[in-house]
Write a protein that binds this ligand. Structure first.
Ligand code: NCD
Length: 316
């Protein structure tokens, strides 16, 4: 590999930190990991390294795929899915917790309900910190494999119409994904489909509008489905609502089902970061050949996180 490894020993807190060359290197490494898993499951290139996963918020995929990634490459793990059985429950501060786990491991994977806490952790950690989702902020590693999944199919983002649907206000995956798209192409048409109450935050929107050829904010999904190359559906983020009546009103604002998809292109990608929590994609779409949320999107999450751990922990 001739490209410079900018990931080595580095914190990953926001997609803002990446340049196009970084992505090229990471995606090349992800291809390598895919082959590795397919051929022999893994190897021991991270032998002697330890990864601590500190999840202050629930997680299925992000947690498990990081654990699987570390172990497939021979690293040891400190897996804390929920901090309720640690000294956090006794009142130990976040800053101390971070310093403690820095002494036992070579990188920290942190998920936290508060925006900016993984970034804050980098000031106290003596090892690299990877943001595994910070409140309504960002989810950079999700965005990385979402883009990888889109590129796997289309090779380039140029000229694609990508439609993000659902909770664009509180959904951290779409904040990271939309900003990451701007790093790779300015000729994407981005449809931002949400109820007005759940529209894309102004700071993210500003970045998108200043870099992309076309950004279209709308409430109507059915008008955009036909021209979309990618339909990226998200869950309305119940845990971010102070008013649960409002949540109930908005949770099923969009339902992607067979009927809606009649209008869609035959080769459109249907994506979702999961979990599907309020039927925003109907079960009958799971087996649609265009759906990748239960197959490729998940596998790519594993391969990409393996690649990231290898690049962060090994100089190459
Ligand atoms: C997402 C998250 O945690 O932000 N889940 C995930 O990591 N795949 C999306 C969500 O919870 O809606």
């Amino acid at each position: 590999m001739n490209m410079k490894n900018n990931f080595y020993n580095r914190d990953i807190v926001s997609v803002d930190d990446f340049c196009e060359e970084d992505l090229e290197l990471l995606f090349e490494k992800t291809d390598e990991m895919k082959k590795l898993v397919e051929n022999k499951g893994g190897d021991d290139r991270l032998k002697g390294k330890m990864m601590a996963a500190l999840f202050f918020e629930p997680s299925t995929r992000t947690f498990s795929s990081f654990i699987s990634s570390a172990q497939r490459l021979g690293a040891g793990i400190i897996p804390l899915n929920g901090m309720q059985n640690t000294s956090v429950a006794k009142g130990e501060s976040f800053e101390h917790t971070v310093q403690v786990f820095s002494r036992y491991s070579d990188c920290l994977i942190i998920r936290h309900p508060e925006v900016g806490l993984p970034a804050h952790a980098t000031k106290y950690a003596s090892v690299p910190v990877i943001n595994a989702g910070d409140g309504i902020g960002e989810h950079p590693t999700q965005a990385l494999f979402d883009v990888y999944t889109i590129l796997e199919k289309y090779k380039k983002l140029d000229g694609l119409t990508i439609t993000l649907v659902g909770d664009l206000k509180f959904g951290r995956t779409v904040h990271s994904l939309s900003k990451l798209i701007t790093k790779l192409s300015s000729s994407v048409k981005l449809n931002l489909v949400s109820p007005q109450k759940l529209s894309m935050p102004a700071d993210v929107l500003k970045v998108l509008k200043s870099t992309l050829k076309a950004v279209n904010e709308t409430e109507s999904l059915k008008d955009e489905v036909g021209s979309s190359d990618v339909l990226y559906v998200t869950r309305v983020q119940k845990e971010r609502f102070s008013d649960l009546i409002e949540y109930e009103r908005l949770k099923s604002f969009y339902i992607v089902d067979k009927n809606l998809l009649q209008k869609a292109k035959n080769d459109m990608l249907i994506m979702h970061p999961l979990p599907i929590a309020a039927g925003e994609i109907n079960n009958d779409v799971d087996s649609d050949s265009r759906s990748v949320y239960l197959n490729k999107q998940l596998s790519n999450g594993l391969y990409l996180r393996m690649a990231l751990l290898d690049l962060v922990l090994n100089k190459q």
